[in-house]
Write a new protein. Structure first.
Length: 559
């Protein structure tokens, strides 16, 4: 019998020393840890006998005996026994103290829930208080002792209880695991977490990932192609007699609005799996419409020209006309506040106004000429283009408190990501910049609290730079947008009559869509269907684009 056969025989027997200490194609996985994760995974999936068999066969216990006893004590509420084992689990005295506080806190809360007022008071005074840590939590815990669960007259005590309500022994166990050495107590469902991390890394490396519903296999690495991007022309919408300057999908993604130089706007319905249908044209402006915005609930639509008009999107009737700015000025952009009761307007008359949706101007700020503005969905970030090479970030409550993003060329338009954390700036130099906003928002917060103190640094260069056809894009207003799965893509029009698409994290263009016969002024990505994109052009049309993957599989979402 050769050496290999002898090794196999010993492996199937008692001796495990002949097995390699590491496994995996690159030898990066600790064998003992891997077996423990497999045992835990089998147990969590309900295969307890298999987990125990693997433990016996490998000679590697999932966790030391005292750790298993500790977990059992916690889950069954044997608090004294659990506390007695803590010194063996937490070699760091500070970690042991924090873990002890967590256990006693849960013991205290369960005593309150069971109506054991004497026991809870004893735990608070004799066990929790002597630890002399977490004073704020201790005060809230004391408030819980006084509270009456259904006492509607005591909102303060209800708020104190709400800080701890919903806690369970499982949640306590998870909190304890974060404070104890993972080599002793394996984090729950750790193997599943590692597999998901690997899958997420595969998705992050794929520039074309845009799946509406992510289906991944463990047997092959994830790959997606350009067929997941909306590159295939699906419909040409013709309702305007002149250039189309702006488009916007409703928040529900079931309608599309377009604004034109012909002084009209159009609203299109997008039935699932069917062509778009013109619902109505909105007429009444005396000048070209430069901008439009859906209300948060999609029941109303704002259109901007010399004046701002508010329309009912079910009937197409005009509800109000707002004459908020000077007579010969143009309203360049607008944005709804999150409650849908008011909106902001910017104008070239060097002012910004807040208007009540019921009619009338409630606030007015004198600034400089506003060429564009955008407001985050939660209303926390207001971005304005007031000077050629500057973007101002502010809080809507007072737009005069600002922090500045300095650009290299005149800014023609801006767009905020759905989460308000990134900003796109279209420049006259055929470049689009992506800015990460958090450093600027941090500076804005510090600036508001202590203007005389040191301010956090902010980036002087954008996070990413996307190039449109060199020398083509000029000082015309061309609008770009975020879109696709998790807003992971950037799309923009251009004077080369094409729609350009990039992965947000790469400067390399993924696609250039041809079909328009004039400058593409604006693009919009459907917020609920990552496979649908719309573009508006000087050729008087709006085009709808779909991802070929969606056209092959209607169940994936056409409209």
């Amino acid at each position: 019998m050769g050496p290999q056969a002898a090794d196999v025989e010993m492996t199937n027997g008692v001796c495990h020393d002949a097995l390699p200490a590491v496994v995996g194609p690159r030898g990066l996985i600790d064998r003992g840890e891997y077996v423990r994760l497999l045992e835990q995974a089998l147990a969590s999936l309900g295969y307890l006998a298999s987990a125990q068999l693997l433990e016996r066969e490998s000679g590697i216990p999932m966790q030391p005996e005292h750790v298993a006893r500790f977990r059992s004590h916690v889950m069954e509420g044997r608090w004294g026994a659990a506390l007695a084992l803590l010194p063996q689990l937490a070699p760091d005295p500070e970690l042991e103290l924090q873990a002890r506080f967590l256990i006693l806190q849960h013991k205290y809360l369960e005593a309150i829930e069971s109506g054991d007022k004497a026991g809870s008071l004893r735990c608070l005074r004799s066990e929790l208080a002597p630890l002399r840590i977490n004073a704020a939590d201790l005060r809230r815990l004391a408030g819980c002792l006084l509270r009456q669960r259904d006492d509607a007259a005591n909102p303060l005590l209800r708020e104190e209880w709400r800080a701890f309500e919903g806690a369970s022994r499982g949640a306590l166990m998870a909190a304890l695991q974060q404070r104890l050495p993972p080599s002793l107590m394996v984090p729950e469902r750790r193997l599943e977490a590692l597999v998901e991390q690997a899958l997420q890394a595969q998705v992050a490396r794929c520039p074309y990932h845009n799946a509406a519903k992510l289906r991944m296999s463990l047997f092959v690495d994830y790959q997606a192609g350009v067929d997941q991007l909306p590159t295939q022309p699906a419909q040409v919408l013709e309702a305007h007699s002149d250039e189309v300057w702006h488009i916007a999908f409703s928040h529900a993604g079931d309608r599309l609005a377009s604004a034109s130089k012909d002084c009209s706007a159009a609203v299109w319905r997008l039935p699932p799996g069917a062509p778009a249908v013109l619902a109505f044209s909105l007429r009444g402006h005396e000048r070209p419409i430069t901008f439009l915005a859906w209300s948060p609930d999609d029941s109303r639509l704002l259109t901007c020209a010399q004046k701002v008009k508010l329309w009912d999107t079910e009937s197409g009737t005009c509800l109000h006309t707002f004459d908020a700015h000077q007579e010969n000025s143009n309203v360049t952009a607008c944005a709804w506040l999150p409650d849908g009761q008011a909106f902001l307007t910017g104008s070239d008359d060097k002012s910004m106004c807040q208007c009540d949706a019921g009619g009338g101007v409630t606030r007015r700020w004198k600034l400089t000429r506003i060429n564009d503005l955008a407001l985050s969905a939660d209303g926390s970030v207001l971005a304005t283009v007031c000077q050629e090479k500057q973007i101002k970030l502010a809080r809507p409550r007072d737009p005069r408190e600002q922090v500045t993003v300095y650009e290299s060329s005149p800014v023609t338009s801006i767009a905020l990501s759905p989460d308000g954390r990134h900003l796109l700036a279209n420049l006259s130099s055929h470049i689009i910049h992506l800015w990460a906003l958090q450093p600027f928002l941090d500076r804005l917060a510090v600036q508001a609290e202590d203007p005389s103190g040191p301010l956090p640094d902010v980036p002087r260069a954008p996070t990413m730079e996307y190039h449109v056809e060199p020398g083509r894009q000029g000082r015309f207003v061309i609008r770009s947008c975020f879109g696709g799965s998790s807003a992971g893509f950037v799309a923009s029009g251009a004077e080369d009559c094409r729609v350009h698409i990039w992965n947000r994290d790469s400067p390399d263009a993924l696609a250039a869509l041809e079909g328009h016969a004039g400058t593409v002024n604006a693009v919009a990505w459907n917020p609920t269907n990552p496979y649908m994109l719309a573009s508006a052009s000087d050729d008087k049309t709006v085009r709808i684009w779909f991802a070929p993957a969606a056209l092959r599989s209607p169940g994936e979402g056409l409209g």
